[in-house]
Write a protein that binds this ligand. Sequence first.
Ligand SMILES: [Zn+2]
Length: 308
Amino acid sequence: MDSLHRFSFVNLPVRGQWVRLQSTLVEAAQYKTYPKPVSALLGQMLATVAMVADNLKFSGAVALQSRGNGALRRSLAECRNHGQLRGIMHLTDDAGFPHHGDDIGAWLGDGQLALTLLPDEATDMQPYQGLVALESSNLAGCLETYFARSEQLQTRLHFANGQNDNEQSVTGLLLQRLPTAPDASDSDREAADDAWETLTALAATVTTEELSDLGVETLLHRLFHEYPCTLQPQTALEYQCTCSRQRTDSTLMMLGKEDLSDLLLEQGEITVDCEFCGKRYRYDGQGVGRVIDLLEEDNSSSSNPPLH
Ligand SMILES: [Zn+2]
């Protein structure tokens, strides 16, 4: 099962998160196939929003999205309600894809990457968007700078995309230094600095195979066995898009009977692609007829408001 664990080091101001996605990535690619580095990047983006969402104290959505003039025109990874993920990558139609590897800046070209927090309306909180500077060639490096600047949190992040048989998987390991208490003594501060240096140096020794293959307990033991650490119970993550035939019906209803009929005549069928997962909803003559029926039902019920 796709899951996320939080952990913290005993008596040290360092916390961490471990996340692994497998079925989410398989499902995210069910309506669109991507070149390998692009699906790897989508996996890392989904792992990122899952980790950010896990730290939210309110309910809502976290989105990491990009826009650019490179081969990757637009991308979106989103986590709703702390565990429901969806994502999509929009590439240029060029047949031959460039060999950018995992260089995110090269894929985006002249572009922007942004992290958005969208609290549910009921929370009464304002949405927030921060730009993630493309100063590093990989997503992990860009996010480390983002957390340091926007949240004043020193962060180390490692991603490993699965290899060979396990290609459609991604694992993320994040370490974050917690602020030192204002009344901490100089020696406490020094000890915290040393611990951070040591733990991040140990984390940096992780190999792609270790990170993508080992379970969280084995991994933490292998990397940090001299530093006792508390592992929190897992948070389940799953792929889920909010699109449906019913929602697509409502979108089409907004076009009105005349435009729907014209469109059907012109194209033979009407297709609607979900912007978030790429799923294609097809409407043939019968399907469009059903939408027009719904539209007429709607019109007749609104023109005859119930009497009170
Ligand atoms: Zn969808």
